[in-house]
Design a protein around this ligand. Sequence first.
Ligand SMILES: CC(C)(COP(=O)(O)OP(=O)(O)OC[C@H]1O[C@@H](n2cnc3c(N)ncnc32)[C@H](O)[C@@H]1OP(=O)(O)O)[C@@H](O)C(=O)NCCC(=O)NCCS
Length: 184
Amino acid sequence: MKFENKEINLKDGRKAILRNPLISDAEQLIKHLQITCGETDFLTHYPEEYDAMTVEGEEKWVKSSVDSPNVLNICCEIDGYITGTCHIRFGDKIKTRHRASVGISIEKLYWDLGIGSAMFTELITAAKARGTEIMELEFVEGNSRARHLYEKFGFSVVSEKPNAFKLKDGTYLREFYMQKHLRY
Ligand SMILES: CC(C)(COP(=O)(O)OP(=O)(O)OC[C@H]1O[C@@H](n2cnc3c(N)ncnc32)[C@H](O)[C@@H]1OP(=O)(O)O)[C@@H](O)C(=O)NCCC(=O)NCCS
């Protein structure tokens, strides 16, 4: 899905651009996945699980995501560098098209600047434009920054999955499932 570029003001006075990922971003997007997955245990992958990704494969993914009617990908660029990405995936089956799932990852150096909030504002706008009834997401225990962001935007925990993540050191983490009900 297409997204019209939007300039945002960050909490530290810098400006950033929210925009669709471009085919020319492919290499940076792979690095972004590896960086963010190495910075916390809050995402589903370890960085090396992206080692097999190729620039060509990522280019195809970018093209198909912009062409898809059911997924909107937005990245945040600061001075030519991709600092974060987010997406909303709309259900496209009769029984699930009232729902949409969202995901977000921002590199640590750029946390707490308001990028997550700006992205969530856009994801909610997109969901409303689509007529989505329920937005949904998951986060793992300990991710208090993410939980704060999601609750600020009206998401509530509705269930939890024990032992959802098992880290390399054997630690199990619970996953929380949240929903936001959109009212029209
Ligand atoms: C979670 C994440 C998306 C937040 O994005 P962000 O750009 O830092 O978010 P913002 O700057 O818009 O907002 C952060 C908020 O968290 C608050 N915050 C900071 N540290 C916090 C903490 N330890 N506990 C609770 N809240 C915290 C900030 O004060 C701010 O609140 P405010 O908007 O009410 O002032 C980002 O940190 C991230 O990508 N983390 C790593 C990957 C990840 O966890 N992805 C989500 C997986 S579910």
